[in-house]
Write a protein that binds this ligand. Structure first.
Ligand SMILES: Nc1ncnc2c1ncn2[C@@H]1O[C@H](COP(=O)(O)OP(=O)(O)O)[C@@H](O)[C@H]1O
Ligand SMILES: [Mg+2]
Length: 317
């Protein structure tokens, strides 16, 4: 199961928190050749896709890996190709998914490139509106303002944000509301999301990891005292949690759709039993869930990838 990881540069990876790192180590543990490259190292000739990729070996001593090469690698010679580049989801990112979609004729790409193209994390959730907080998407500052006034208390956030960037809490009568609507829509040029404010955020923003459509790991992110956001790098703390009936029913509803689209490793965000995000691009949380729950999610994810590879391309190679 020769495996290629398309990712941010390996030397910059936070080994103590990164999920891609865990998938790489697990692939090596299984004895498979492992390679990594950046999106810009991919190229296509005559419709076939190649990479200038480095070999990867895990080591016990710092820096805990050996990275050889780069050498030329045909993606058709890999059984598994992992798209694990972090945001921004810009046009370079999309080009990478287009090349990987070419490669997917001969190899198994995870998550499926067409699924990544389909599923903006905040907007894809709206395919299941009954599971989400009330949400509006618009680039019109007047509409944004009116919606906040109608909701009473709301957040405004960029449609393409991550890590809590640009998420503001506001309310009807906020003297800054007009300014916020202008800023978040870039004076009417870009869409923003208005969403009903969920006071349950005080109890945390749950991250649930679904492997091939099934919830297999979860953790809670509780905002710190100085910031309203449940994102870890702005001070939220990761804590163990349980899934309640509402969380499970969200997974039951969306699971089959994730499976069908080849989204084998997905992280959803749930606040007070309401779905706010479906992350399919490069979700994370493996290390925290492993620690809190005594699970080994990287094994489950790779098992699911292998099943998909057999389904898609049979037992050859
Ligand atoms: N509807 C909401 N009600 C209350 N807080 C919210 C809401 N939406 C987002 N937030 C806050 O902003 C944080 C980040 O929001 P999220 O939609 O997950 O965007 P991002 O992709 O930036 O993580 C959440 O953890 C939460 O603290
Ligand atoms: Mg989030």
């Amino acid at each position: 199961m020769r495996s290629l990881f398309v990712m941010d540069p390996l030397p910059g990876i936070d080994q103590a928190g990164d999920s891609t790192w865990m998938l790489m180590l697990e692939s090596r543990r299984r004895g498979w050749p492992v390679h990594w490259c950046e999106p810009r190292d991919l190229y296509s000739q005559g419709g076939d896709v190649f990479a200038r990729a480095h070999g990867f070996e895990g080591l016990d001593q710092p820096p805990h890996y050996r990275s050889e090469g780069p050498t030329e690698l045909a993606l058709a010679d890999c059984r598994l190709v992992w798209m694990r580049k972090d945001p921004p989801i810009d046009m370079d990112y999309f080009l990478c998914t287009y090349l990987l979609d070419l490669a997917a004729r001969r190899t198994t790409v995870l998550n499926a490139p067409r699924a990544i193209q389909l599923a903006n994390e905040k907007i894809f959730a709206l395919h299941f509106p009954e599971l989400c907080p009330e949400t509006m998407v618009s680039a019109d500052p007047a509409r944004v303002r009116a919606e906040v006034e109608r909701m009473g208390q709301a957040v405004i956030k960029p449609w393409d944000g991550c890590g809590g960037r640009g998420v503001v809490i506001t309310r009807a009568g906020d003297p800054n509301l007009g300014v916020l609507a202008e800023l978040l829509t870039d004076q009417g040029r870009r869409a923003a999301i208005v969403q009903r404010y969920l006071p349950a955020i005080a109890a945390g923003d749950k991250r649930i990891i679904l492997v091939d459509g099934e919830p297999r790991g979860w953790l809670n992110r509780v905002p710190g005292p100085r910031d309203h956001r449940g994102n870890m790098h702005v001070g939220a703390s990761a804590q163990p949690c349980e899934l309640d009936d509402r969380d499970r029913s969200i997974c039951d509803v969306i699971g089959p759709s994730l499976k069908e689209h080849g989204m084998i490793f997905v992280g959803i965000d749930v606040i007070g039993g309401l779905l706010t995000e479906i992350n399919v691009t490069s979700p994370t949380g493996i290390q925290e869930a492993n620690r809190f729950m005594g699970v080994t999610l990287e094994r489950d994810i790779i098992d699911a990838a292998v099943r998909r590879a057999h389904l898609q391309h049979g037992d050859e190679a």
